[in-house]
Ligand binder design. Structure first.
Ligand code: SF4
Length: 547
C-alpha cells in the first residue's frame, strides 16, 4: 500500500488553528474570537428583546444572531441593482427571518402546529419549507424572540445553530424508518449527533458553515454530494449494512462535488466520525479568506487519502475499514405521491409551490394529519412535505385535504421539480426575485407543454444571486439571478443559465455540475419561453436518438 504524502505547506498563513495559531486573519474571525456566537442568546433574552432593534450592536446584529437562526431581512422595495452599493443598515429592515431547525426533516403534528401558530402570530403568516428541511418565517421582531423560543422548545424544537459558522441542520432521509427498501434507518445517528454536539461551544466556531447529510435509503435522497460531510448507506459484503463516508461537497461560487474517503462507517460509529471530522475542520480549515474557508478547499489541497489519514490518526484514534461505494439510486428521491410504508400504511408526499406555504396552511396540515390518524410529518430537501402513517382508507382524504391547502400530491412535472431560494422579497444578498418568478413559470409551462403528456420531471432551480441556496449547479436548468440586458438594451432582472447539472439518480450514472452556456442569459419575463424551448429541443433530440 502506498502511503499518502504530506501536502506541501502554504507559503503564507491560511489561518489554520492547528498550523498557524489562533490569531484572527479577517473581520469575521475577529468577531468570532471576541465572543462565541452562542453567547448572544443571553443578550437577546435579557437586553435586546426589551431594548428592541436599535439596542443591538452591529457585531451581534449581522454576526452572532445568526448562531440562533436570525438574519435581518431586506427592506421592501429596494431593487437588485442597489444590493451591492448600499450599506447594510440601508438595505436591512428592522425585522428578522427566523430559521427553525428540523434535523432529518422530522416533525410531529404538534410541532408543525406550533410552527404554524408562531408564523401566524408573529410572522404575518409567512413560512417557507427550505431545501435543507428547515422552515423559515419572516417579519419576526426581536421583542418576540424569547416567547417564540419558549414555544418551540416546549415541543422539542429550536433555532440553535441554524446559521453561522457552525454545524447546520442535519439533512436526513425523509422516509427514515418507514420505507420497505431502506438499507439502514439513520434516525438514531441523526438524533445522537444532535444530542452530543448541537450547541457545543467547542464546535461553534468553525471556519465556515458545515453541512451534514445522512441517508439510509437507496434513492440517496439527501443530496449527499453537495454536503461537507455525508453518510450514505451501503451493504458491505463482509460487514453488512453501514455507511459510505463522503466529505467536501459544497456549491456557491466555487462548486465542488464531495468525494468518497473509501471508508466504511458502522451505524454506531457515525456520531464519533462526525465529531472527528467536524473537529478536523475546526482545527485545519482555512480562516484567512471567507471565500476559501469551506471544507472543500482543504480537501482539494490535501486529497482524500491524506484527509483520511489525518482523520484516523489525529482525531478518531482508529482506522476505518475500506467500504464499497453506493450503487446508482433505485428511484427518485423527492418522495412525491402516495407510497406504501413497510408497515402497510402509506405516506403522502406533496408539493407546495417552491416551498412556499403559510402559517395557517401548516396548522391545517397538522389538523388534517391528526384527523387521518397520522401524527408524523417529514420535510424534504426538495421543498416538499410528507404526511406519514396514513391508513389506506384515509389516503384519498389526505390527498384532497392537502390540495385544499396548496400542497399537491399529484403535481405537474414542473411543480414537482422546481425549487427556488428566498430571493429579493426578503434576502439582503439577492439581485432578483425568485419565488414569484418560479410560480409564474410553473403555471405558464404547464400550459405551454400541455401537448407533452407524461413529460418526465425536468429540474428547474432558481437563485436570486450567485450564492447557490437553490442548488442551481445540480439542476437540468439552473438560473442564477443577475441583472441582464433586455432587447431594448435596458437592464432588467434576469438570470445566467446553467445547463445539464444533476446528482446521481436512476437516470444518471454520475453526479455532474451544470455548465454555464457562454453568454446565455434570460430575462425574468422570458423564463417560461426559454424553458419551453429547452424542453422541446430535449424531447426532439431524445426522440430522434436511436435506442
Ligand atoms: Fe439569498 Fe442568494 Fe441565497 Fe437566494 S441564493 S437566498 S438570493 S443568498
Amino acid at each position: 500500500m502506498t502511503l499518502p504524502s504530506t501536502p506541501a505547506r502554504a507559503s503564507r498563513p491560511n489561518g489554520q488553528w492547528a498550523v498557524d495559531g489562533h490569531a484572527p486573519l479577517n473581520p469575521n474571525e475577529v468577531v468570532k474570537a471576541a465572543d462565541n456566537g452562542l453567547n448572544v442568546r443571553d443578550r437577546i433574552e435579557n437586553v435586546y428583546a426589551a431594548g428592541g432593534f436599535d439596542s443591538i450592536p452591529a457585531d451581534d446584529l449581522r454576526g452572532r444572531l445568526r448562531w440562533w437562526g436570525l438574519y435581518t431581512q431586506r427592506k421592501p422595495g429596494i431593487d437588485g441593482g442597489r444590493t451591492a452599493t448600499l450599506e447594510p443598515h440601508e438595505l436591512e429592515d428592522r425585522y428578522f427571518m427566523l430559521r427553525v431547525r428540523i434535523d432529518g426533516g422530522a416533525l410531529t403534528t404538534e410541532q408543525l402546529r406550533t410552527i404554524g401558530a408562531i408564523s401566524t402570530e408573529f410572522g404575518r403568516g409567512t413560512a417557507d419549507i427550505t431545501d435543507r428541511q428547515n422552515i423559515q418565517i419572516h417579519w419576526i421582531r426581536v421583542e418576540d424572540v424569547p416567547e417564540i423560543w419558549r414555544r418551540l422548545e416546549a415541543v422539542g424544537l429550536s433555532t440553535t445553530e441554524t446559521a453561522g459558522d457552525v454545524p447546520r441542520v442535519i439533512l436526513g432521509s425523509p422516509v427514515a424508518g418507514i420505507a420497505a427498501d431502506e438499507i439502514l434507518d439513520p434516525t438514531w445517528a441523526i438524533g445522537e449527533i444532535a444530542r452530543r454536539y448541537l450547541g457545543d461551544p467547542e464546535l461553534a466556531n468553525l471556519p465556515r458553515k458545515f453541512k451534514t447529510a445522512i441517508t439510509g435509503h437507496p434513492s440517496q435522497d439527501v443530496q449527499h454530494q453537495i454536503n461537507d460531510i455525508a453518510f450514505v448507506a451501503v451493504n458491505h459484503p463482509e460487514l453488512g449494512p453501514g455507511f459510505d463516508l463522503w466529505v467536501g461537497g459544497a456549491l456557491s461560487v466555487a462548486p465542488r462535488l464531495g468525494e468518497r474517503l473509501g471508508a466504511f462507517v458502522r451505524e454506531e460509529q457515525v456520531p464519533d466520525v462526525w465529531g472527528a471530522i467536524t473537529s478536523l475542520f475546526r482545527d485545519y480549515g482555512y480562516r484567512r479568506l471567507r471565500t476559501k474557508a469551506r471544507l472543500k478547499f482543504l480537501l482539494a489541497d490535501w486529497g482524500a487519502a491524506w484527509f483520511r489519514t489525518v482523520l484516523q490518526d489525529e482525531f478518531l484514534g482508529y482506522e476505518l475499514p475500506d467500504g464499497p461505494p453506493p450503487p446508482r439510486p433505485t428511484r427518485a428521491g423527492d418522495h412525491v405521491g402516495v407510497h406504501a410504508q413497510k408497515d402497510g400504511r402509506f405516506y403522502v408526499g406533496a408539493a407546495p409551490y417552491v416551498g412556499r406555504v403559510s402559517g395557517p396552511a401548516l396548522t391545517a396540515v397538522a389538523e388534517l394529519a391528526d384527523a387521518a390518524g397520522s401524527h408524523r410529518i417529514r420535510l424534504t430537501p426538495y421543498q416538499k412535505l410528507l404526511v406519514l402513517d396514513v391508513p389506506a382508507d384515509q389516503v384519498a382524504a389526505v390527498v384532497t385535504g392537502l390540495r385544499a391547502h396548496g400542497l399537491e400530491a399529484e403535481p405537474s412535472p414542473f411543480r414537482q421539480s422546481t425549487i427556488a431560494c428566498t430571493g429579493i422579497e426578503f434576502c439582503k444578498f439577492a439581485i432578483v426575485e425568485t419565488k414569484a418568478t418560479a410560480i409564474r413559470a410553473i403555471d405558464s409551462l404547464d400550459e405551454r407543454l400541455m401537448d407533452q403528456p407524461g413529460l418526465a420531471p425536468i429540474s428547474l432551480h432558481i437563485n436570486g444571486c450567485p450564492n447557490s441556496c437553490a442548488r442551481i449547479q445540480t439542476a437540468d436548468i439552473g438560473l442564477k439571478g443577475q441583472l441582464v440586458m433586455d432587447d431594448d438594451g435596458a437592464q432588467v432582472p434576469g438570470y445566467q443559465v446553467h445547463l445539464g447539472g444533476g446528482l446521481a439518480s436512476p437516470d444518471r450514472d454520475e453526479a455532474g455540475l451544470g455548465r454555464t452556456v457562454r453568454g446565455l442569459k434570460v430575462t425574468a419575463d422570458g423564463v417560461p419561453e426559454y424553458v419551453e424551448r429547452v424542453v422541446r429541443r430535449y424531447v426532439a433530440d431524445r426522440e430522434s436518438t436511436p435506442t
